[in-house]
Design a protein around this ligand. Structure first.
Ligand code: GLN
Length: 506
């Protein structure tokens, strides 16, 4: 349990240190990721490398796969030698060094930079996810799913600002400034975590043989057959998650193609005005939610003023930058939907919906893990059903570009709701089911499935053009309706069996 009695919104205040650290890390990850392909395919005149789309997406596929493969190593190193906290600090600074290297803008520094981000993420991502669970023990066990959901909101707050700011600055000003911005915030995040470590007490320290296993994970003296059953349950959750991320990333992929090909990105007159209003709300709402959180944080904890001050400064900077961007947009006669706009929809919906889901799991409706996972997969399928409906009547050979924006937004909304039922809940279940000694490693396995799914989606994605020539997109989307929804129903049917395997973990 956290050594401090401070709680904010019913959660230990240390959760919010993790929230903001993860927020800045994801800011850098998603911000850089949003630029990567655009940078590689843009012409040398525009400062890019002039690669073909296929070359660029291939590198992107490898990159996003490796980023989720290294956590298995990082988790293991933390379990064995480093402890989760030191791994997070080390990982954070390695990631930051990676972004600085990308900023330097030479061929070798670019590849070194990618390598450093991949290595650093391996240390950072599984271990910060593990610490969240370590904050919850017997007396606040019921808040764990909700806690992970709030943490996941931090993930997406970071993605939201990262994609919009780095994307904007990279595209409109200079690629390496976009990469550099990602680095600055990663350094801030790592420093913020480093200086706040006192708040964690014993939690996340280096492993030692004598230290008692933390109460929250499966203690190491649990009977072997229970440990084995729970590992099987982790395997089943991870397996079904591959279906989820595969379809989810596939949707992201087709939407990106959609955004790039969207013929009517220039909005004039009324539709331009409506877009500007929606766009400003989309900036202001997440900023308002986060500022409100920050105010709660300042009230609840006074011991870590230094890191909080850093945070306030950084947030104020972000706010100013967003407003400045908005101002520029408003001055223009027409507005153009930037390609990255579609990418932020998912994180926007997530930031807005996460507080509600967090409360729902705590107070109103909290079904078992397999049921939540199943619902998540079905919702993902329904999102594709919306796309299929929107694409009906579009003949083979035509592009997704003709699907109305209404269906795209609806799809993103359903996908985000599905994600909230599955992804943060999955993290929570890993932390409940994993043996204490193997906590980091188990998170590594959890992220491995995302790596596999990313690569799979990249593979099918590269066939989209061919598929859409012979089949209508509606058929393509329908297949992606059936696969996840079917998987979800199977998992729900396995509920009783899974509950047995989990031995009392709810
Ligand atoms: N949006 C999540 C994150 O970046 C997705 C991670 C995953 O498990 N695929 O944390």
């Amino acid at each position: 349990q956290a050594p401090t009695a401070h709680t904010i919104l019913g959660h230990p205040d240390s959760l919010f240190v993790l929230f903001f650290t993860e927020m800045w890390e994801r800011f850098s990850y998603y911000g850089m990721r949003a630029l990567l392909v655009l940078f590689l395919i843009s012409t040398t005149v525009k400062g890019g490398w002039g690669w073909t789309r296929e070359e660029a997406t291939t590198l992107y596929g490898w990159y996003t796969m490796l980023v989720y493969f290294t956590p298995i190593l990082g988790g293991y190193l933390a379990d064995r030698y480093l402890g989760t906290r030191r791994a997070v600090v080390l990982g954070g600074f390695i990631i930051a060094a990676g972004h600085v290297s990308l900023f330097l803008d030479t061929i070798s520094s670019f590849y070194i930079g990618l390598g450093l981000v991949i290595a650093g993420t391996g240390l950072f991502k599984p271990n910060i996810s593990a610490i969240v669970g370590q904050l919850y023990g017997k007396d606040n066990e019921s808040s764990r799913d909700g806690g992970y959901t709030l943490f996941y909101m931090g993930v997406n707050a970071g993605a939201f600002f990262g994609i919009s700011l780095c994307g904007y600055i990279g595209e409109k000003i200079s690629w390496n400034y976009g990469f550099g911005l990602a680095g600055i915030f990663m350094i801030l995040g790592a420093l913020q975590f480093y200086f706040s470590q006192g708040i964690f007490g014993e939690i996340g320290g280096a492993p030692s043989k004598n230290a008692p296993a933390l109460a929250e994970a499966t203690p190491d003296d649990t009977p072997a057959h229970i440990i084995r059953d729970r590992l099987i349950a982790i395997g089943v959750f991870s397996f079904f998650t591959i279906f989820f991320w595969f379809a989810f990333e596939q949707a992201g992929g087709s939407m990106t193609i959609f955004a790039a090909d969207y013929t009517d990105r220039t909005l004039v007159g009324t539709s331009g005005f409506v877009f500007k209003v929606v766009n400003s709300l989309m900036t202001l709402i997440p900023v308002a939610i986060l500022s409100w959180l920050l105010v709660q944080l300042m009230r609840g904890s006074s011991r870590y003023v230094l890191s909080n001050a850093l945070l306030v400064g950084a947030l104020a900077l972000i706010w100013a930058l967003s407003l400045w961007m908005l101002g520029r947009e408003f001055q223009m006669e027409q507005s153009e939907i930037p390609a990255t706009w579609f990418g932020v929809l998912n994180s926007f919906f997530l930031v807005v919906l996460a507080p509600m889901f967090s409360k729902m799991w705590e107070r109103h409706w909290n079904p078992s893990g397999p049921v939540k996972f199943g619902v998540g997969l079905v919702l993902l399928g329904l999102g594709f059903a919306a796309l299929a409906y929107g694409a009906m009547g579009i003949p083979a050979g035509a592009k997704t570009a003709q699907v109305s924006m209404v269906f795209l937004c609806l799809a993103y909304l359903l996908h985000t709701m599905g994600e909230l039922c599955l992804s943060p809940v999955g993290l929570s279940y890993i932390s409940k089911l994993a043996p204490a000694r193997l906590l980091g490693l188990m998170f590594g396995i959890w992220f491995l499935n995302a790596g596999i799914a990313n690569k799979l989606a990249g593979f099918t994605g590269s066939y989209i053009d061919k598929i859409s020539e012979s089949y209508s997109m509606a058929v393509f989307f329908l297949i992606f309706t059936i696969i996840p929804a079917g998987a979800g129903l199977v998992l729900m049917a396995m509920n009783k069996w899974m509950l047995k395997k989990m031995h009392g973990v709810r």
